[in-house]
Design a protein around this ligand. Structure first.
Ligand SMILES: [Zn+2]
Length: 175
């Protein structure tokens, strides 16, 4: 049966790192992140491996800190704008961590997590902005409570820990 919470025409690789949203949750927020493993290296599948709990932490010194980490996002937008989905949108992905903004906490509960394959010290590609904008439009149709003011960066909701998507992310391109 068709599942409106899984994108059509998009690769779906199911991550085990998800659970149920609290009962009666209204999804009204999008959280934008960036990730690359190692940082600024894009020609590999390491983000997918991380979300599948299959990343070998011995591959790179920077991976040691990821040992035992159980994380996921709903979507990864690759450098060429291609999307991979890991978690159905009605389920809770594990991307926000400890989070607080405008009096709300636990952003994983009511948000969609989108990772851009990138780095806070790199620029994002035009293909990524285009795909992100299209994806946001699609998500607004599925979840009408999502508004532009609820499209946030990880740095907004975890200001003491996180700085992604970073100063190079051009918000005007998606709002
Ligand atoms: Zn993040």
């Amino acid at each position: 049966m068709e599942n409106k919470f899984i994108l059509k025409d998009c690769e779906f690789i199911k991550s085990p790192n998800f659970d149920h949203r609290p009962k009666n949750t209204v999804v009204d927020t999008i959280v934008i992140h960036c990730i690359s493993l190692p940082e600024k290296n894009y020609d590999n599948e390491n983000v997918t491996l991380l979300f599948l709990n299959n990343l070998n932490e011995n591959l790179h010194p920077s991976f040691g800190s990821l040992d035992g980490l159980r994380v996921s996002s709903h979507i990864l937008i690759k450098r060429d704008g291609q999307l991979i989905q890991y978690v159905p949108f009605d389920k809770r992905a594990w991307h926000a961590g400890k989070s607080e903004y405008k009096g709300r906490t636990n952003y994983n509960d009511f948000s969609i997590g989108i990772e851009l394959h990138g780095s806070v010290s790199d620029i994002y590609t035009e293909d990524q902005y285009l795909s992100l904008k299209n994806l946001i439009d699609e998500l607004k149709e599925i979840f009408p409570s999502i508004t532009d003011s609820n499209i946030l960066g990880h740095s907004d909701i975890a200001a003491d820990r996180k700085n992604d998507p970073g100063p190079n992310f051009t918000w005007e391109k998606i709002k």
